[in-house]
Design a binder for this molecule. Structure first.
Ligand SMILES: [Zn+2]
Length: 433
């Protein structure tokens, strides 16, 4: 791979004949970026100021130009599992992470949170130093960028463990001290590699832990939890701002106790409604449930893959951790021993397609759920997730194809740009239409 864009001395690139994703609209407008700073420029300033013409003009033939996609829950991919330290140690682990980054960017995911399922403390101590924010070299050849790790556990409900190994789950009874001894105290400092922690708010010590996470700038997300509506609300009041894979691994909506889902219906005057992850793979959640959640709180919906290392592998039975085995049948992954859903193998852009077709959301509305909304959830809206001046020039060129069924549409990735440099282009057979 590597850079294929031709740029001259100023490194200014202009995209033209394209539809920019701006909020809920597609706007016919040019976009100017710098391949030197890797940021989006102010086009008006260039046009009317003293700056010269662009070095490169990219005619996109009417296609869509979107901010790069952000996946806040990715357990692994391309045969690599973030939660498994290879037998040959942490150097091999670091190389595996780099390999995932280079592959991942080709699908349009320009930044993400590498996600650890519940593990013994040794795994966190070895893995977390490799999973922190990786964008500071601003090197497009490194591929997708970690925005920090997502620790999904181990402070989760033992009865909502899903595929997490119940024997490694912990109770945060000593608050942040429990987290420090689990993740390693050096991983909970100001320059923490951790960006998001999924935690069950009903556990002893969880509320004070959530407060401490918030003060460290780590997003606390409610998940794998037996929380009642009232307990979930206390979690939000303590500082949690998100829900991990809404509907999955939590109590279902009950009309007398709406559970965690009820947070989406709470009056905004009483709490700020949380962001919430949705796995739109057609297996984890019924499409109508997704539509109900979206209607309840459209500004909070974030599409996630929850994909694991078997994504992209052929169907079959694979060894998993602790002697378990996983059956892969298309996108469906289940534990052999009990048939429980064991993560997904979907790509984020296909979640966008599903979401559009199931909810009737427009293309920019669906893209918002993988760009602007996750950037806001992570507090990175000034850096990622939109095409405004000063944001990183992480971009995807998208085409919308007619789907197989009726009015269905399919969104496909034609080009990916990272820090202002083109790092991927799809096969030319589908271009030039
Ligand atoms: Zn989970």
């Amino acid at each position: 791979m590597g850079s294929t864009a031709v740029t001259g001395p100023s490194g200014v690139v202009k995209f033209t004949n394209c539809l920019l994703v701006k909020g809920a609209d597609l706007v016919q407008e040019d976009l100017w970026i710098s391949s030197v700073t890797g940021k989006i420029l102010n086009g008006q300033e260039i046009l009317y100021g003293h700056l010269t013409a662009p070095d490169d003009i990219i005619d996109l033939g009417g296609r869509i130009l979107s901010p790069g996609l952000i996946d806040v829950q990715l357990n692994g991919a391309y045969g690599f599992d973030f939660s498994v330290i290879p037998e040959n140690g942490s150097i091999a682990y670091g190389k595996g992470v780099q390999q995932v980054n280079r592959n991942l960017v080709r699908g349009g995911v320009t930044s993400y949170l590498p996600t650890l399922t519940s593990q013994r403390p040794e795994v966190y101590h070895q893995a977390l130093p490799y999973l922190g924010p990786s964008g500071s070299p601003r090197d497009p050849t490194l591929g997708s960028e970690s925005l920090g790790a997502h620790c999904e556990g181990p402070f989760l409900s033992p009865t909502k463990n899903g595929i997490h190994n119940a024997t490694v789950l912990q109770v945060p009874q000593d608050g942040i001290a429990s987290l420090a001894s689990c993740y390693g105290s050096s991983n909970l400092t100001q320059a923490t590699p951790i960006k998001l922690v999924t935690i069950a708010p009903e556990l002893p010590g969880a509320l004070s832990t959530i407060q401490s996470l918030a003060s460290l700038g780590i997003v606390a997300s409610i998940g794998h939890s037996e929380a009642t509506y009232e307990e979930a609300k206390l979690g939000i009041k303590a500082g949690a701002t998100s829900i991990t894979h809404l509907f999955n691994a939590m109590k279902p909506l009950h009309h007398r106790n709406p559970g965690i889902f009820g947070l989406l219906g709470t009056a905004s005057s009483s709490i700020s409604k949380p962001y919430f992850g949705i796995i739109a793979d057609g297996i984890h959640i019924h499409p109508t449930s997704i539509k109900i959640a979206y209607n309840a709180h459209p500004e909070g919906l974030i599409l996630v893959t929850d994909a694991m290392r078997l994504a992209g592998m052929p169907d079959g039975v694979y060894d998993w951790t602790n002697g378990s085995r996983i059956v892969k049948d298309g996108a469906l992954l289940t534990l052999e021993e009990n048939g429980k859903i064991a993560g997904s193998s979907i790509e984020l852009i296909d979640c966008v397609t599903n979401f559009m077709n199931w909810t009737g959301a427009s293309v920019p509305e669906a893209l918002k759920a993988v760009t602007e909304t996750p950037a806001r959830m992570l507090g990175l809206e000034d850096v990622k997730g939109s095409l405004q001046e000063g944001r990183d020039a992480d971009l995807v060129v998208l085409d919308v194809l007619e789907g197989a069924v009726g009015d269905d549409k399919r969104v496909v990735v034609d080009q990916v740009w990272k820090f202002g440099v083109k790092v991927y282009e799809s096969e030319p057979c589908r271009l030039g239409h």
